[in-house]
Design a protein around this ligand. Structure first.
Ligand code: ARG
Length: 414
């Protein structure tokens, strides 16, 4: 949903901040005080209804922070209308979850991830964190009938189009001042999510927590799968290594290699290794985590990204970063992953910066769980990761700034 230009012009590219002193601003402030909406859950698929269009237009007339807030105001009266609108909006083929899972990977089922995560109690959990939570439902993705593979990349046009839709949804949510959570789906969705975020916050930095680097180009990819290539679409430094993939002409590289940090890597393809080395990207593999400890890894990560200036963080969290014993229901599990406590440490530290602006939680695949329990364990881990990123703490209250090793030792002595 594209935001009319004049709205963007008075919304600072920073979540939650407004500028300009006109009647529109005060109106929007009054409304957002009454109906503050800090967290948006965007998950494929969101109903592309004429209803939301009307809301967008109405909200732009009022000058509210995008249509999301006016949506909050109106929606309680329109709940049935909203949800009943959803049914006839199955676009294309009769699969309401969209078909991105099928399109991107040979192993299907990842399109059911958002439902599994919601069923595991995401919204309730976030509501307990003093966040007014707003679930915008699912985006409806459509598989194009004519979508021949490009080189060995399957369904490029469908995936490109789905990402464009997602980019617009995330961009709108961010422009409206919301902290946004994108539920996948597979990791190719990060292209749209990070791109939409970067349009609003061009100076963002990206923390990619994953077993895989997902930085193959279509030329280096051993599988052709786009979920293993997302980062390559983003990086300015790879611009001339990327062939023109049909469906992706709208993505212009927007991120510098220095603004990206990987955590949790343990399955890196040879072509990816070369790219990471050549571009000097800051990576913490599982080996580095073993060596340094997760606390030091996070210290260096945040220092690397934020020491020059404070800026919005995009966290792209692939559930396969976690050890498969904790997250078995995923498409490309790799042994030797993050422990529960390491995963939660990462998210707590990111939350502590106060700079988390958008997060993705991807690759929960309910179809690939060996049992119902396996699916539930994975989905509830995803809920824990999201909740912790958004402020759930293990000590029942705000966490004090992380102490340095020296302080820790001094405190121990006391
Ligand atoms: N998001 C993921 N699960 N990525 C897995 C990628 C696996 C492999 N490196 C590939 O490019 O095909």
């Amino acid at each position: 949903m594209k935001e009319p230009e004049h709205i963007k012009s008075w919304v600072l590219p920073w979540p939650g901040l407004l500028t300009a002193n006109n009647w529109r601003t005060s109106m929007s402030e009054a409304l957002s005080e009454m109906f503050p909406t800090n967290t948006v859950v965007v998950g494929p698929p969101l109903p592309p209804s004429s209803f939301s269009l009307t809301l967008t237009m109405f909200s732009s007339f009022l000058g509210v922070r995008g249509f999301w807030i006016i949506d909050t105001v109106i929606r309680p009266f329109c709940l049935t209308c909203w949800y009943s609108l959803r049914k006839p909006w199955k676009l294309g083929r009769p699969n309401p979850g969209g078909q991105l899972g099928k399109a991107v990977q040979k192993r299907r089922g990842v399109e059911h991830g958002p439902k599994a995560i919601r069923d595991a109690g995401l919204i309730e959990r976030l509501s307990n964190l003093d966040y007014p939570v707003h679930d915008f439902g699912d985006l409806s993705f459509q598989n194009l009938d004519k979508d021949e593979p490009y080189m060995q990349v399957p369904f490029p046009r469908s995936v490109g189009r789905a990402n464009k839709l997602l980019s617009e949804a995330v961009g709108s949510a961010v422009a409206s001042g919301h902290t946004t959570v994108m539920l996948g789906g597979d990791h190719s969705l990060a292209i749209g999510s990070v791109e939409g975020h970067a349009r609003q916050c061009p100076d963002l930095c990206l923390i990619w927590v994953d077993a895989h680097a997902d930085i193959n180009t279509p030329l280096t990819s051993p599988s052709g799968n786009l979920h293993g290539q997302s980062v390559a679409f983003m990086l300015k430094e790879l611009q001339n290594k990327m062939p023109e993939l049909p469906g992706f002409s709208w993505v212009k590289p927007f991120l510098s290699a220095k603004d990206l940090v990987y955590i949790g890597l343990r399955d890196v393809d040879p072509g990816e290794y070369d790219i990471l080395k050549e571009l000097g990207i800051q990576c913490f593999t599982m080996r580095d985590i073993d060596r340094l400890g997760i606390q030091r890894v996070m210290e260096v990560t945040l220092d690397h990204l934020l020491s020059r200036k404070q800026r919005p963080i995009h966290l792209s969290f692939d559930i396969d970063a976690m050890d498969p014993s904790l997250a078995p229901a995923t498409g490309t599990p790799v042994n030797g992953g993050l422990t529960y406590r390491e995963g939660i440490w990462i998210t707590e530290e990111i939350h502590n910066t106060g700079l988390l602006s958008v997060m993705d939680l991807v690759e929960v695949n309910p179809v690939l769980g060996a049992s119902r329990e396996a699916v539930e364990v994975t989905a509830s881990l995803a809920v824990d990761i999201i909740a912790s990123s958004l402020g759930q703490s293990r000590q029942g209250g705000p966490i004090a700034q992380t102490q340095t090793l020296k302080d820790d030792t001094e405190q121990l002595r006391l």
